[in-house]
Design a binder for this molecule. Structure first.
Ligand code: SF4
Length: 243
């Protein structure tokens, strides 16, 4: 790997290092304080992140996609919103811990509004926070803030759901699958199932791949469904694609 690639890959790290260096030159005292703070937060992250990564592995490897979609997916409706509110409320740990979990949930079919609800609830109205708030500022204050915050969170979730589409987000694809259907693109027309019922199946108004084509002969045939899909929802994994 050449130096240009290394710099490009670590540009954020490089930018932070440059900022530290600038502060160090301009104000060594402030630089010492910044380094102390950074070390403190790094130590905190080292304690929290292993547990979070373990949790994301559990979500990715052990919780079926269907279960996440039922609970937090596009069709989970208001019940899904409430479930997301509950999950965010009972969470523990700093907000940055919520991002890898949210990404894992998103990759498994959770909807964008529900992710907004989980993140926002986690950040500002989780239960330990509410308990402390009631203790120091009074229960009336806590309840009023909770109600207004929940209204604001639901509004934000709705607006984000309208403005941000899943296809624009860096969710991890299930790799090494030769043939895939992007669920959010599929309009459920059923054409692929009609063409190749041995490979596709309709489930909840969306097509799913039930069998991987054996290459190379069937692969050539399956290309027809990729080309004919009106919403371009069917994709062939480039790494696996036949020549
Ligand atoms: S042809 Fe495309 S849009 Fe139609 S059901 Fe199949 S994947 Fe979905």
């Amino acid at each position: 790997m050449n130096i240009g690639t290394v710099l490009k890959k670590n540009k954020l790290l490089l930018l932070v290092a440059l900022m530290y260096l600038t502060v160090l030159i301009l104000s060594p005292d402030k630089a010492a304080k910044s380094i102390n703070n950074s070390v403190y937060y790094l130590a905190e992250m080292m304690q929290v992140l292993p547990v979070i990564f373990l949790l994301t592995v559990v979500i990715e490897a052990m919780i079926p996609k269907e279960m996440i979609m039922r609970g937090f997916g596009e069709k989970s409706g208001f019940r899904g919103n409430l479930l997301a509110l509950l999950l965010g409320s009972i969470s523990a740990g700093p907000i940055y811990a919520a991002f890898p979990i949210s990404k894992a949930l998103l990759g498994k079919g959770a909807s964008i509004p529900n992710i907004v609800i989980i993140l926002s609830t986690w950040a500002v109205i989780k239960l330990p926070m509410l308990a402390n708030e009631a203790k120091f500022l009074g229960i009336d204050f806590m309840i009023l803030r909770w109600v207004l915050t929940v209204i604001a969170i639901f509004l934000m979730a709705y607006i984000t759901g309208v403005l941000v589409k899943k296809k624009d987000m860096p969710t991890r694809k299930e790799k090494s699958r030769l043939l895939e259907i992007r669920e959010d693109y599929c309009i459920g027309c059923g054409l692929c199932v009609k063409l190749y019922p041995e490979y596709y199946l309709m489930k909840d108004n969306k097509a799913i791949v039930i069998k991987m084509p054996e290459r190379p002969e069937t692969m050539q045939a399956i290309l027809t469904s990729v080309e004919k899909c009106p919403s371009k929802a069917i994709t062939i994994n480039k790494q696996e694609e036949i020549s």
